[in-house]
Design a binder for this molecule. Structure first.
Ligand code: BGC
Length: 457
């Protein structure tokens, strides 16, 4: 009798489903990113009262997550390359669970700040490891959509945080608002426990057999030889150190990653995500409940248009979406500037404010929102991918921190007209940057992209 041969029978039909599930589970990290950054805007109203916070301490509670995320994304460059993408996501999920529970039961501000900082550490690492893992497991023709799931999860996390904030607002139970983050944390831990490691990382660490097995598993029955050979080919060469990363041939791609990080934040998305109610009030929606409702609208538009982006990413390509979206963002920001300048009258401001903010968020959601995370998961060579992505992600968090801290100060100093005008000018500058420097990666395998980058240098 012949020995049983491993036959992945029937897996061909299962293929798209299985990679979607793999990507969906890893994208829970994105959901936590969105939830844990968004939840504090509502929770702080009650934490402020319970702990009688001074303005300084309040700032610390609010920004602890951002500080943690900035620090860990900058410092953890080697982690995903050394330990593996899956292991890093597993460790991050533990931080998500412990951070949420400790925060919920905190009886002192110190414990609360430390737990929020711990959550930030997890967010920083997970924010680049999840798209990295997904892009390495995805087939080329689905990569845009699958990595886009991570951005969709971020937006859903933000939306969920608004809804949870709203639901517990009456009772003022901030402990629940923070503690509920443990649920997706637990799901991420369970899911990642059962998922395989990235085949590309396994190969990088010399675990050939296992790598091939995983690749076969996520591709079903289709022949993986060509993809396998291609991945092996790119492993020859550089060593994966900081020095390699700074070599001239990679410089253009470092500029693209760090530049897109800068533009994703300095075009002002988080002034809207974190301060939408304030902006709506400035525009003339004075009641708290109307401005909070409008904020939920922002969350819905953000998530809804990310779905549109996901459906277009692999068909239209990254560059057209990026350029169209940036143009829409710049136009909305200038409309907002015009509205606030008063030339159109104060009655018009309310509606111009509402429409242009919605248009701004929609344009972000189809372009630089998802495209930033996707492009940085695609343009770096395998050996340097973790390190390079952590650099771009670190830049993104640093810029986020700067914009978040300076926005209210700028509004005070220059007024909304000057502030939104400045954001509009920065957005205009992002258009030639993207046009001339950002490569199209649609339908190219990660290895072909690496080959193109080498050729251009
Ligand atoms: C950005 C976040 C932002 C979110 C909004 C992400 O791509 O990195 O800073 O809050 O999009 O949807």
């Amino acid at each position: 009798m012949k020995p049983p041969v491993h036959q992945p029978t029937g897996e061909h039909q299962r293929r798209p489903l299985s990679v979607i599930i793999v990507a969906g589970i890893a994208a829970l990290a994105g959901l936590l990113f969105g939830y844990d950054t968004g939840i504090i805007s509502g929770a702080i109203l009650f934490i402020r009262k319970d702990f009688a916070l001074s303005a300084g301490t309040e700032g610390l509670v609010v920004s602890a997550v951002l500080f943690g995320a900035t620090l860990s994304s900058v410092l953890s460059g080697r982690l995903a390359d050394r330990l593996g993408r899956r292991t890093v996501l597993l460790i991050a999920s533990m931080f998500f669970i412990v951070g949420s529970i400790t925060g919920a039961f905190a009886t002192s501000v110190t414990v609360l700040v430390i737990s929020r900082f711990g959550l930030g550490l997890a967010i920083g690492v997970a924010s680049f490891t999840a798209p990295l893992y997904i892009s390495e497991i995805a087939p080329p023709n689905m990569r845009g959509r699958l990595v886009g799931l991570n951005q969709l999860a971020i937006t859903l996390g933000i939306l969920l945080s608004y809804v949870v904030d709203f639901s517990f607002a009456k009772s003022g139970q901030w402990n629940w608002m923070i503690g509920l983050g443990a649920v997706p944390g637990l799901l991420l831990a369970l899911g990642m426990f059962f998922l395989p490691e990235s085949p590309r990382w396994l190969l990088l660490r010399g675990q050939k057999e296992k790598a091939r097995e995983v690749l076969q598993e996520v591709r079903g029955r289709s022949d993986v030889s060509a993809e396998w050979n291609e991945i092996q080919e790119t492993l020859k060469g550089e060593k994966g150190t900081w020095r390699e990363l700074l070599k001239p041939w990679l410089r253009p791609m470092l500029i693209v990653g760090v530049g897109l990080a800068f533009f994703q934040q300095f075009t002002g998305i988080n002034t809207v995500i974190y301060y939408a109610p304030t902006i709506f009030q400035l525009a003339g929606f004075h009641s708290n409940s109307t401005s909070i409702l409008a904020t939920v609208g922002v969350g819905l538009v953000n998530a809804g248009m990310t779905v549109v982006a996901i459906s277009l990413m692999d068909r239209v390509g990254r560059r057209p979406l990026l350029l169209i979206g940036l143009t829409g963002m710049a136009l909305s920001l200038f409309a907002l500037t015009l509205g606030f300048s008063g030339v159109l009258g104060s009655g018009a401001l309310k509606w111009i404010g509402l429409l242009s903010l919605m248009d701004y968020v929609a344009s972000f959601a189809i372009s630089i929102g998802p495209v930033f995370w996707l492009i940085i998961s695609e343009i770096y060579p395998l050996r340097l991918r973790g390190l390079a992505m952590s650099l771009a992600t670190g830049a993104n968090w640093v810029c986020n921190l700067i914009v978040t801290f300076t926005f209210l100060l700028l509004i005070q100093a220059w007024g909304p007209t000057g502030t939104f005008g400045l954001l509009g000018v920065i957005t205009l500058a992002a258009i030639p940057f993207s046009y001339f420097l950002v490569p199209e990666t649609k339908d190219r395998s990660l290895e072909q992209i690496e080959h193109d980058v080498r050729l251009k240098s």
